[in-house]
Ligand binder design. Structure first.
Ligand code: SF4
Length: 474
């Protein structure tokens, strides 16, 4: 942005192209998940915070969460007339997300248009085809954006793509990404925090980043590509300070603590729990964990510090599939982790994937049987997506299944376009619906849910949840 006048205003948006978790590693359509959770746009709040640190006036708009459409996008652009217009995109919605840039450039051709999201190498050049996007940020987007507004030449900023005099340039990734604590706290004062609610108690929900990176090598997962395999953790002081700010400034007491694998560093988690317990902060939180990174002592410490749920990537009930996906866990370890959760009074949310390219009906039924045996408090099934750059992409290619399955515009975790070597996409969709019916529409599950209802509000939430489950399973 060196040759332009210094930016004074910025509009950062989630475009009205569906409610997605726009966290680069997940990018899942919320409607296809068994628990309907609309999470706050943490990425935009971080980007806004670095812009505010540079003296720029910022607006954030999450149109899908607010139930607003393209008319409101046009209206906001017209009224606010931003110097910088940033869109957070997913691979699945990117084509539609980019429509927003045409609106911004139509209003003012000098608006700097920035696309933020994870895009595999080959896709980056294509993003500039319409001539409306000036910059694409996919790596450490906050630092990159701060450097851009400071006037650092784009070629000196790692992990971005940009258009200059008709050509597209792509810079190399940063081998030493900055410490997470060097970022300001997310600008939650710019969010409509009331839009984001916990599914179980209806209270405001905050998402707080605790770390990035995962040592795992699961063939389907974007985490190692997006966040690297080296673990980067927040400092405890900064993390507690941010939680304190959420509680006392924004009235948020319920959190999803976001990390690729929250329990990867046991010592770090133990210290966090000790400090959080000692702080007296009324924080209630959920995290994710690999099954092999959880033990009873840790679970108890987490429970004492306010943790109420742990999301576990169980992935499959087939030992064959667990081996093929290189998860490096066994069914026994998953069973053990779920039992630890139960002993510690933590809810276990279990995530499974069905429809890997080698899978038959037998694999899928092993997975559904396993999910039933585990009796998790919530269970989610999704389909694998072969993202370019992941080993799974190569597997689809070697089986000749790539073409259909690599269409991000029609494929997502909730809707496969292609099938496996043995089952069609339609058969996979039916298998997923049948799995949900087996899991949720049986007397044991229904009675268990009913026994937990303690108030009319909870009853209402359960009815809504049951209606959602009905929609995804028939
Ligand atoms: S353990 Fe989880 S975050 Fe890590 S690579 Fe595997 S699926 Fe991804």
């Amino acid at each position: 942005m060196k040759d332009r006048k210094p930016a004074e205003t910025a509009l950062l948006i989630y475009p009205p192209t569906g409610i997605y978790d726009r966290f680069e590693r997940c990018q899942s359509p919320v409607a296809s998940e068994s628990v309907n959770i609309v999470r706050p746009p943490l990425d935009l709040a971080y980007l806004a915070a670095v812009l505010e640190r540079s003296g720029i006036r910022v607006l954030i708009r999450d149109y899908p969460a607010a139930g607003k459409g393209w008319k409101e996008v046009e209206k906001d652009i017209r009224l606010f007339s931003p110097d910088i217009f940033l869109v957070s995109a997913t691979l699945f919605t990117c084509g539609c997300d980019c429509r927003a840039f045409a609106v911004a450039k139509r209003h003012n051709k000098d608006t700097v248009c920035v696309l933020k999201g994870f895009f595999p190498d080959e896709g980056r050049q294509a993003l500039f085809a319409t001539g409306e996007i000036d910059f694409v940020l996919w790596e450490e987007a906050e630092t990159a954006l701060e450097e851009l507004v400071k006037g650092t030449p784009p070629q000196d900023i790692p992990g971005i793509a940009f258009r200059e005099r008709g050509s597209v340039f792509v810079t190399s990734p940063n081998p030493n990404p900055p410490a997470l604590d060097s970022l300001p706290f997310p600008a939650r004062h710019l969010l409509d925090n009331g839009l984001y609610r916990m599914p179980d108690n209806g209270r405001k929900m905050g998402v707080v980043l605790t770390g990035k990176g995962c040592f795992g090598g699961c063939v389907f997962c974007l985490a190692p590509l997006v966040n690297g395999r080296r673990l980067r953790l927040r400092g405890h002081v900064s993390l507690l300070e941010e939680l304190r700010e959420c509680v006392y400034r924004h009235g948020i007491r319920d959190f999803w603590l976001r990390a690729d694998n929250f329990t990867a560093d046991r010592e770090w988690v133990m210290r966090f729990c000790t400090e959080l317990s000692g702080s007296g902060l009324p924080a209630r939180w959920a995290v994710n964990s690999r099954a092999d990174c959880l033990d009873r002592e840790l679970g108890m410490a987490m429970k004492r510090a306010g943790c109420f749920a742990v999301g576990i990537g169980a992935e499959s009930g087939s030992e064959d599939t667990l081996r093929m996906i290189k998860k490096n866990i066994t069914k026994e370890q998953v069973r053990g982790a779920v039992n630890i959760c139960k002993e510690c009074g933590l809810q276990a949310y279990l995530f499974f994937i069905i429809g890997f390219p080698w899978e038959t009906r037998k694999h899928i039924s092993e997975t559904v049987d396993f999910a039933r045996q585990l009796k998790g408090d919530a269970v989610n099934f999704s389909f694998p997506v072969p993202f370019r750059g992941t080993p799974l992409w190569g597997i689809y290619e070697s089986l000749g299944l790539r073409e259909d399955n690599a269409r991000y515009d029609v494929n997502n975790y909730g809707l496969p376009r292609g099938g496996t070597a043995y089952l069609s996409a339609a058969e996979l969709i039916q298998a997923e619906k049948a799995a949900y019916r087996r899991l949720f529409f049986n007397p044991e599950y229904i009675l268990g849910r009913l026994s937990r209802i303690g108030s009319p509000q909870e009853l209402l939430r359960h009815i809504r949840a049951a209606w959602h489950l009905l929609k995804i399973s028939v």
